[in-house]
Design a protein around this ligand. Sequence first.
Ligand code: DQA
Length: 144
Amino acid sequence: MKILVINGVNLNMLGKRETELYGSESLSDLQAKLEGLNQDVDLEFFQSNSEEEIINKIHSHKDEKYHCGIFNFGAHTHTNISIRDAILSVNFPFYEVHISNVFAREEFRHTSFFSDIAKGCIVGCGFDGYEFALTKIIRGENGS
Ligand code: DQA
């Protein structure tokens, strides 16, 4: 089972940026946590601040045939239709994750261009949100 984890804009700064919101752990800490959770899944990590690179990575689903994605597009969540269209163009199933509770923040963060096409959304649970999405994917559609 191959799973693609995409972290978008500014998420390379985790552990350094607004630690009161996003915590003191880095992106490599997140990767180590997820990799430690289940050795049987093939996890691919991708972070980019470039819209083009993110879109190309999503398009690679045509050839790579990922089982599912776990996506946190950062601020692009609230603004980016091109990334949404890329997901739709290759029919990429995914969970949307946000570290912070976007609904308890500025109103512009309450809108997501991805939630309605996601299999599920997890917000405000810190890094645990990624772990839960991964667990859910491993359990399968109807797993409990
Ligand atoms: C975020 C929430 C976004 O509003 C913000 O722009 C981010 C991080 C989160 O994980 O909480 O960069 O996606």
